[in-house]
Design a protein around this ligand. Structure first.
Ligand code: ADP
Ligand code: MG
Length: 235
């Protein structure tokens, strides 16, 4: 079972994983209102579909319009929302038919210094959970895995055990984090693991996990899949 990015970010917020401030819009007026309420003038309008690659993806109806757009004013956010809603977004993950955009996430724009990848999966070959990070964030991780696998750093978690703080530190060091970034990243990795465990996830990807110019560590994207066999525990 899949959920949208905005739903994943709601869960992250409850578990202490920092995400940008933002809200869901179902029409262009709501998008404008949310953009006005957010601090600062710059916001990001993001199509909510069950597929990644939205930033590079484009509308079938309007090929110049992409699924993720940094907007410099509420007017621009409204115009972009009007273009996206009710149209079909095609990304490398949707197939040529694309997906209908019915909802948007309008959120505060982060001041990105670096983009990283973080993910947790069940590694069936070792019967353990694998928590992995890469300095190659914001790009397709499948491409990194096939072309430069040495750029993905992994730690494993035994069934019934937890991510250990020394492992979380190893993940932060693998990303070249320095000073206060290390403590923020360690806390975020521990909290991401708590989400994965408590919500019976089968896959979690944060691409990108960013460090801001202000040295904050923030989950800017959120992909979460759940283990269907455990859904009865989460009505
Ligand atoms: P997708 O993976 O579907 O393309 P993302 O949420 O990863 O969607 O967004 C694509 C890119 O847009 C990110 O790699 C990041 O560079 C930028 N971006 C997304 N959200 C924000 C934000 N809140 N602030 C700044 N940049 C953002
Ligand atoms: Mg992404």
């Amino acid at each position: 079972m899949n959920i949208h990015e905005f739903q994943g970010k709601e869960i992250f917020r409850k578990f202490g994983v920092p995400v940008p401030d933002g809200k869901v819009a179902r029409n262009a007026d709501e998008a404008e209102q949310i953009a006005n309420e957010l601090p600062g003038n710059i916001c990001v309008v993001k199509a909510q579909i069950h597929a990644g690659g939205r930033g590079k993806g484009a509308l079938t109806e309007l090929p110049d319009v992409h699924g993720v757009k940094v907007c410099k004013s509420a007017d621009e956010a409204k115009a972009h929302a009007e273009a996206l809603l009710g149209n079909t977004l095609v990304t490398h993950q949707t197939g040529p038919a694309g997906k209908l955009v019915q909802r948007l996430l309008v959120e505060a724009a982060s001041n990105i210094s670096s983009e990283f990848y973080a993910g947790i999966v069940l590694d069936r070959s070792t019967c353990k959970f694998c928590f992995m990070v890469s300095t190659e964030g914001g790009v397709e991780i499948e491409k990194v895995a096939s072309e430069t696998p040495e750029k993905i750093f992994k730690v494993w978690i035994e069934p019934g055990a937890n991510l250990k703080s020394f492992q979380a530190r190893q993940l932060a060091f693998a990303l070249g984090m320095k000073g206060t970034q290390i403590r923020s990243a360690v806390k975020t990795f521990m909290n991401l693991w708590n989400v994965f465990r408590d919500k019976d996830c089968s896959l979690m990807e944060i691409n990108p996990l960013i460090v801001t110019v202000e040295n904050d560590v923030i989950a800017v994207d959120a992909k979460i899949n759940f283990d269907g066999n455990a859904l009865y525990r989460h009505p």
